[in-house]
Design a protein around this ligand. Structure first.
Ligand code: IPM
Ligand code: MG
Length: 379
């Protein structure tokens, strides 16, 4: 029996292309796994009214972790238009399957490394090496929202006098999304950021927030971070506002190291960081819980490139590297990382985004060739 059982979820669009690329590399590296295909994505929304069918959730529970390509999401009206005729106007509402997976499997940590590999022509600077720890289930992604605003919610919120003014607009005109954060959620993400910094010899941890305006939620995570930081006296905690750090990241990204943020600010800052190291073609990500993890590159399904084998597979392959890390397969992780770094440095084989003209699969084959050589030999 293979050592691992991996749920295999190409999803939509170029998710298929990059997962095929991943398979080339996994097979070349002789990763000891069985891959179980799982249904997820737009097709299942259109045909069944559910982009994440229950059978997929059941299947995931039988696996060690999941590899996920990409997902397509469309606005409400378009989503309804594309439903099978018999499912239309039944009140079905599209939701993002990745957000649902994070909630269902309590994948509380989103890990997003952004490193400038030497030789990448798209590097903003060559000395950027950031790791984002994004809280992945709370905050504005908790899904506690209303439109229109129900009277009883309004009444309850009037406990806070600042609420009163919204009544004048008419509650039927008022939408409410919430940002709910727990002390436990804050503490867990901050501690993981510090632990990572400690284990990997990183020089600082920066909390990305906005506590001067979001006084309660931002205040909570700031207090918690200061408390946690006391356990790591050799690693300074820096505090930056989300707006200011967007500017500082463009000005001096090399000064930053590990970043930690609640869900929405982590979403924003991780795309910015990806932009500094070559864009979404290089941005890997891991959704990690206590017992399960879903590995999905930061990029989306890029429908216009669907099936063209044009997009850069490196984000997906670096995501596979994160899976190896999580599984404790350190040798495989290192070999894959080295192989990606080697192919970038050589500048001989690459996709259109780096100014070369190879296909997704050709790049994967080149990386596979280097990754299949045991560490320290050749490559
Ligand atoms: C990400 C994406 C998702 C998010 C979307 C697709 C729901 O932007 O993984 O960063 O907002 O978390
Ligand atoms: Mg995002």
């Amino acid at each position: 029996m293979p050592k691992y059982k991996i749920a295999w979820m190409p999803g939509d669009g170029v998710g298929n292309d990059v997962m095929e690329a991943a398979r080339i590399v996994l097979d070349a590296m002789k990763f000891d796994a069985e891959y179980v295909p799982a249904d997820i994505g737009w097709k299942f929304w259109c045909e069944e009214g559910d982009p994440l069918p229950q059978r997929t959730i059941d299947l995931l529970k039988e696996t060690h972790c999941a590899l996920f390509g990409a997902i397509t999401s469309k606005p409400r009206d378009e989503a309804n238009d594309e439903l099978a005729p018999e499912l239309k106007n039944k009140g079905l509402v599209y939701f993002s399957p990745i957000v649902k997976l994070r909630q269902m499997f309590n994948l509380h940590t989103n890990l997003r490394p952004c490193r400038a590999y030497p030789g990448n022509p798209l590097n903003y600077r060559d000395d950027v090496d950031l790791v984002v720890f994004r809280e992945n289930t709370e905050g504005m992604y908790g899904g506690v929202e209303w439109f229109p605003l129900p009277e009883k919610i309004y009444e309850a919120m009037c406990d806070n006098p600042k609420m009163v003014k919204w009544k004048d607009k008419g509650l039927e005109n008022v939408a409410l999304s919430t940002r709910i954060m727990s002390k436990q959620g804050c503490e867990s993400i901050v501690r993981q950021a510090f632990e990572f910094a400690k284990t990997h010899g990183r020089k600082s941890v920066t909390l990305v927030e906005k506590p001067n305006v979001l006084r309660e939620t931002g205040g909570l995570i700031t207090r918690v971070a200061r408390e946690v930081a006391k356990d790591y006296p050799s690693i300074p905690l820096w505090e930056a506002n989300i707006d200011a750090i967007c500017m500082w990241m463009i000005k001096n990204p090399q000064d930053y190291d590990v970043l930690v943020a609640e869900n929405m600010f982590g979403d924003i800052i991780s795309d910015l960081c990806a932009g500094l190291v070559g864009g979404l073609g290089f941005a890997s990500a891991a959704n990690i819980g206590d017992e399960y993890a879903v590995f999905e590159p930061t990029h989306g399904s890029a429908p216009k490139y669907d099936g063209m084998y044009k997009v850069n597979p490196m984000a997906m392959l670096l995501t596979v590297k994160l899976m190896f890390d999580w599984l404790g397969e350190d040798d495989l992780a290192k070999r894959l990382d080295d192989a990606v770094a080697h192919v970038i440095r050589e500048k001989k084989v690459g996709t259109y985004d780096v100014g070369l003209s190879n296909t997704t699969l050709e790049v994967a084959e080149e990386i596979a060739r280097h990754a299949s050589t045991p560490a320290g030999v050749g490559a």
